[in-house]
Design a protein around this ligand. Sequence first.
Ligand SMILES: [Zn+2]
Ligand SMILES: [Zn+2]
Length: 149
Amino acid sequence: MKSPESSSKAQSRPSWDKYFLEIAKVVASRSTCPRASVGAVIVKDNRIIATGYNGSLPSEPHCTDVGCLVINGHCERAVHAETNAVAQAAKMGLAIDGATMYYYDSLNRPSGSCLKCSQVMAAAGIKRLVYLGGELDINWLKRLPSESK
Ligand SMILES: [Zn+2]
Ligand SMILES: [Zn+2]
């Protein structure tokens, strides 16, 4: 017996955006800061260049083991997922100019990335940010604090 879904294989394939957002969710499962699980995937020409999740610097203790280092309401021990993904690309010598950043946030915050990550992404040439809440462009990434709301 044939189910309606199997009648058209093309219809059952996710869009590229949905596909990379699902991957970002899996990446987020590696997060080591219990305040949020966040995953980031840098994509260029529909190919994954780098990934990142929020967690401590390499070889440093994890928030899940020693607790968060909270200053002004933010954990300063964990490097944010988006910045970690840009750092991974830099470490591997991979160009990300013109790339798209896919981002999953377990808290589903509607605000998108924080200002610091946005600045890092803009500086590295990321042109588009796609997350569960929608899509943001380079002009949003380049916003200033007074324009951030
Ligand atoms: Zn933490
Ligand atoms: Zn951030």
